[in-house]
Write a protein that binds this ligand. Structure first.
Ligand SMILES: O=C(CO)[C@H](O)[C@H](O)COP(=O)(O)O
Length: 228
């Protein structure tokens, strides 16, 4: 079952935690397993949550939290992913926390991805790519995203403004998310760079060159992979 696999991956990541560390805590169901296990083992250190949801959970399990501005060093960040390829490039943001997750992953000395083995893919793109955008001029930003995608050879992909309870989904930072069904992403880095150049785009769910280790939960244990 996928949830058992998520838990196995989360449990394996605990081996990388040391007392006194400053941790980045990801968001989503796999990251939630990690946060609960960390609380259960009485983690002696401090952590930065990547969402309000993770902050609530971490507080509930007794983890001491700080804000990002209270430290200059993050020793280790642990987070889930929606897809991970062999190079360690990821699609993230299914849970809508991509901006905070990306800031923390990029600043962490070590970034470990934990996921069930269904997220282990040869090529990114089956999962729709989340792109965080400002509410201001969202229509024009979507138009600019379409033009950028066309220039990169993505033929008429479907773009959906994510919905939440009672309207459009809003991130913790008050932004909106456009989910882009690309089917296949050949080169993640230039796509990320081109989309991020659009002024109304806050960030994308493509995490490239950030991953140090991937831990996939399987039916019988875990599979660890260092990005190629
Ligand atoms: O990027 C994320 C949240 O923004 C999550 O890490 C991603 O969606 C995976 O979630 P889950 O562990 O629930 O499958």
């Amino acid at each position: 079952m996928s949830d058992d696999k998520k838990q196995r991956a989360a449990a394996a990541a605990l081996a990388h935690v040391r007392p006194g560390m400053t941790l980045g805590l990801g968001t989503g169901s796999t990251a939630a397993h990690f946060v609960k296990l960390l609380g259960d083992q009485g983690f002696e250190g401090q952590a930065i949550p990547t969402s309000e949801e993770t902050a609530r959970l971490a507080e509930a399990v007794g983890i001491s939290l700080i804000t990002p501005d209270e430290t200059t060093r993050i020793d280790l960040a642990v987070d889930g992913a929606d897809e991970a390829d062999p190079s360690g490039a990821l699609i993230k943001g299914g849970g809508g926390a991509l901006l905070r997750e990306k800031i923390i992953a990029q600043q962490a000395q070590t970034f470990i991805v934990i996921a069930d083995d269904g997220k282990d893919v040869v090529q990114l793109g089956q999962f729709p790519l989340p792109v965080e955008v400002t509410g201001f001029a969202v229509g024009l930003t979507i138009q600019a995203i379409r033009s950028t995608l066309a220039a990169l050879g993505y033929e008429d992909p479907s773009l959906t403004l994510r919905r939440g309870e009672g309207g459009f989904f809003q991130t913790d930072g008050g932004h909106l998310i456009v989910d882009i069904a690309l089917g296949r992403i050949d080169e993640a880095e230039p796509l990320d760079a081109a989309l991020t150049m659009i002024p109304g785009v806050v960030t994308t769910g493509l995490f490239v060159g950030l991953t140090d280790l991937m831990i996939f939960g399987t039916e019988s244990g875990v599979r660890e992979a260092v990005p190629t």
